[in-house]
Design a protein around this ligand. Structure first.
Ligand SMILES: Cc1cc2nc3c(=O)[nH]c(=O)nc-3n(C[C@H](O)[C@H](O)[C@H](O)COP(=O)(O)O)c2cc1C
Length: 140
């Protein structure tokens, strides 16, 4: 059985709802899933998982959340080469630039992105929930 981590930061619950759907999709596909808020995850845990879904909304000006998520993710980057990962997050008014930059960074790290990053505007609708579940399944 594959072991999947879902690691997310969320202020108003939108990315958290996406994280729950990713976890649900991975579990339904038979994986063992552990969900972490970003403050509870760190680089030393990366090797314990076969695959990791990282979720963070667009914050600042089209960047990852800078106090908790970005420092944690930045530490993990050195361990992502060859690792199966997926990205997701909610946004408000932008064009998804933060997600494109984030995907590029992960590719430079040598991570294996199992699918395009899943993004949705504010609260995930049914389509977004389905895309999140599919991401979880792809990671399982
Ligand atoms: C401080 C702050 C900065 C934000 N910056 C952006 C941004 O640059 N681009 C964007 O599309 N949305 C931006 N947003 C909107 C959030 O990404 C959006 O509300 C998202 O749904 C929040 O996700 P959460 O509920 O998981 O916290 C920002 C929100 C806040 C509070």
């Amino acid at each position: 059985m594959s072991k999947v981590a879902v690691v997310y930061w969320s202020s108003t619950g939108n990315t958290e709802a996406m994280a729950n759907a990713v976890a649900e999709g991975a579990k339904a596909a038979g994986a063992e899933v552990i969900s972490f808020e970003s403050a509870d995850f760190s680089a030393d845990k990366v090797d314990e998982f076969d695959a990791i879904a990282f979720g963070c909304p667009a914050m600042g000006d089209e960047v990852l959340e800078e106090d908790e998520f970005e420092p944690m993710f930045s530490e993990c980057e050195a361990k992502l080469s060859g690792k199966k990962i997926g990205l997701f997050g909610s946004y408000g008014w932008g064009d998804g630039e933060w997600m494109h930059n984030w995907e590029d960074k992960c590719k430079e790290d040598g991570a294996v992105l199992v699918a395009d990053g899943v993004i949705c505007q504010e609260e995930p609708d049914d389509d977004a929930v389905e895309s999140c579940k599919a991401l979880g399944k792809a990671l399982a």
